[in-house]
Design a binder for this molecule. Structure first.
Ligand code: ATP
Ligand code: MG
Length: 409
């Protein structure tokens, strides 16, 4: 097995993009977002420069001691397809050969390959010629042999118009698109397993996600608020800064309980949540709502009920988990780290006064009839007005009251 030499500080890290690079005229914008996000992700590390490069970004300096932390953080930035730390040398064969010898010094391996890429066609040797020349050198120096298919060590050599780079290991990034490049959305965040995963999926597709959580405090204890806050903090690893709206729902629920029969309450709760979230979303520039629904998972998530709930929204309601099995969602929640928080016991607003078997085939007309006894606009306006705003980062909620977010026209 090869052991990687960790003593010598590498010059820099190269970050590569893929999908973003294909976005044609939008490319500069996407790369700008990616750089901004990388800067945020690396803000309290020794990294000083995050520079644009052909089809990617260069990060420097990356001292050896900080590399594991830096690698972990880059590995969470959406839009990064792969990255590697590399040694940069002048574009002469001699300099490349010296770098290669020193990079492989101290490594033990029996098989290797050279993977040369030449983005500067003016370089005197072709990629094939570089491979064969450097391959012979490594064979001579180390005694290892070339294996193109299954090498123990893959030695990458890249020649650009300005410099040459040598590196040994490419690390996978998370893919996706840079957070913020796809606009803003408002995710309805319960304390459950599904909605955090749905929010994360939207971040991965380039959305800045704000969170809206409904709680029935003081009708129940504040545990669901605490969970929502903890989940928002955890998910801020992926988007750096988040806004969480904590919306009191007890008054709305009291009114619903007075006039809506038990089997219809869940659907009416969801319609109110959707209306309230939509007002908040529009006030803060979000272009869509996001929920954690998965078709058929529970009685309130039938096609009919989804239609009844969505009919009150004029913004698109996106449910990225709609076609996923529960187990697939749980696996993803575990990978994200939200699962252990989600399964903590809480007093969720919707378990209050709801039957075990809600109506599964509602339609908007019958629900509108039930709601006609309620002053819908007043209930919505009051909940919006009473919403608390928290600015959240990975390391916790910020202590100061949130600065007002600019309203879009
Ligand atoms: P989750 O695991 O996300 O709680 P669920 O399987 O429990 O979802 P429901 O309870 O039917 O499903 O909720 C459907 C969706 O409605 C949730 O995924 C979430 O987006 C939204 N939602 C439910 N309760 C709340 C809440 N208290 N605050 C904010 N959004 C909520
Ligand atoms: Mg739930």
């Amino acid at each position: 097995m090869a052991t990687i030499d960790t003593q010598r500080p590498p010059d820099s890290v190269m970050v590569r993009v893929h999908e973003i690079a294909l976005k044609g005229r939008n490319r500069p914008l996407f790369l700008q977002r990616l750089r901004r996000n990388l800067r945020l992700a690396l803000r309290d590390t020794p990294v000083q420069r995050v520079d644009p490069k052909h089809l990617g970004v260069e990060i420097s300096p990356v001292p050896d001691s900080a590399w594991p932390e830096i690698a972990e953080r880059i590995g969470r930035v959406f839009g990064v397809v792969k990255f590697y730390r590399c040694r940069k040398v002048p574009r002469t064969l001699q300099a490349i050969e010296e770098a290669l010898i020193s990079e492989t010094d101290g490594l033990e391996f029996d098989t290797f390959r050279i993977t040369a890429k030449r983005s500067d066609k003016a370089f005197p040797l072709t990629s094939l010629e570089i491979n064969s020349r450097l391959g012979s050198l490594v064979e001579r120096v180390t005694g290892a042999r070339v294996s193109l298919r299954d090498p123990e060590v893959n030695i990458f050599v890249e020649i650009t118009p300005r410099e040459a780079m040598v590196y040994l290991r490419e690390m996978p990034g998370p893919g996706g698109l840079p957070v913020g490049s796809g606009g803003r959305v408002a995710a309805l965040l319960s304390g459950g397993i599904d909605s955090p995963v749905a929010a994360w999926r939207m971040m991965k597709r380039g959305c800045q996600v704000m969170f809206v959580h409904f709680h029935s405090f003081p009708l129940v204890d504040g545990s669901s608020r605490e969970k929502a806050l903890e989940i928002a903090e955890l998910l801020s690893k992926y988007q750096f800064r988040s806004t969480l709206f904590l919306v009191p729902f007890a008054d709305v629920q009291r009114e619903i309980i007075l006039s809506v029969p038990p089997p219809y309450r869940v659907v009416v709760y969801r319609r109110f949540m959707t209306r309230i979230a939509e007002v908040i979303a529009r006030e803060h520039g979000a272009g869509a709502l996001v929920t954690g629904e998965s078709l058929g998972q529970v009685g309130s998530q039938t096609l009919e009920n989804l239609a009844t709930v969505r009919s009150v929204a004029s913004l698109p309601v996106l449910s990225p988990l709609i076609g996923m099995d529960k187990q697939e969602i749980i696996d993803e929640a575990r990978r994200l780290g939200t699962f252990p928080i989600s399964i903590l016991p809480d007093e969720d607003c919707c378990s209050l006064f709801t039957p075990r078997h809600p109506a599964t085939r509602t339609n908007a007309t019958e629900i509108e009839r039930l709601e006609s006894a309620l002053d819908v606009p007043a209930l919505v306006a009051k909940a919006v007005e009473q919403a608390e705003v928290r600015r959240v980062t990975e390391s916790g909620a910020l202590p100061q009251p949130a600065p007002a977010i600019a309203r879009r026209g």
